[in-house]
Design a protein around this ligand. Structure first.
Ligand SMILES: CC(C)(COP(=O)(O)OP(=O)(O)OC[C@H]1O[C@@H](n2cnc3c(N)ncnc32)[C@H](O)[C@@H]1OP(=O)(O)O)[C@@H](O)C(=O)NCCC(=O)NCCS
Length: 153
């Protein structure tokens, strides 16, 4: 088994290019650098980056507003999946939310994205509603989003 040396650190606007690079390798319709730069203009937007020996491998972006947080995106590069990296990111985000007094976290995930749905279920996120025809695919078709949420005590 190969030993990995993952580090996780908070990043912001200055890392927009790296976040874009990860996002574009993980989603068919990816967000550009401008989108990532704009995220951080809004107060309460936070991001964590995971690196292996300084090589960026995964990231999570979330936003806190008063007692509510929203996960905006989470992505692990394909060749780094199934190594517990998403768990590292979710746990770091949960710690961050607790520290900021967040009471409830929301996210949207595409119907059929079983790895992500399973991950969130493992962390007690419940299915609370469905957004019809929320995501546009590359072929123009539309798919639903599940809205998931969990409380923080
Ligand atoms: C979803 C994603 C972030 C998971 O990242 P990961 O680092 O591989 O996940 P981890 O190794 O930390 O696994 C954590 C848990 O997620 C679930 N999971 C991860 N990959 C899975 C898969 N292929 N099938 C089923 N469950 C899976 C499991 O519950 C796993 O726990 P386990 O290892 O104890 O079974 C990654 O697949 C990804 O980046 N996908 C593309 C982008 C995406 O869909 N982002 C989420 C948008 S909301």
């Amino acid at each position: 088994m190969v030993a990995h040396n993952f580090t996780i650190r908070a990043v912001a606007q200055e890392s927009a290019e790296i976040l874009t690079h990860i996002h574009e390798q993980c989603f068919p319709r990816y967000w550009n650098r401008e989108a990532f730069t704009d995220f951080f203009v809004v107060d309460g937007t936070f991001s964590f980056l995971v690196e292996n020996e300084f090589e960026p491998v995964a990231m999570l972006v979330y936003r806190v507003a008063f007692e509510q947080a929203d996960i905006l995106t989470l992505a692990v590069l394909p060749s780094w999946r199934k190594k517990g990296i998403a768990k590292l990111l979710v746990e770091k985000m949960l710690d961050g939310c607790k520290g900021l007094g967040v009471k409830k976290i929301f996210l949207e995930v595409e119907v059929g994205n079983d790895p992500a749905i399973k991950l969130y279920e493992d962390y007690d996120f419940k299915h609370i509603s469905r957004r019809k025809l929320y995501y546009q695919q590359l072929d123009g078709s539309l798919t639903d989003a599940l809205v998931m949420s969990r409380k923080i005590n």
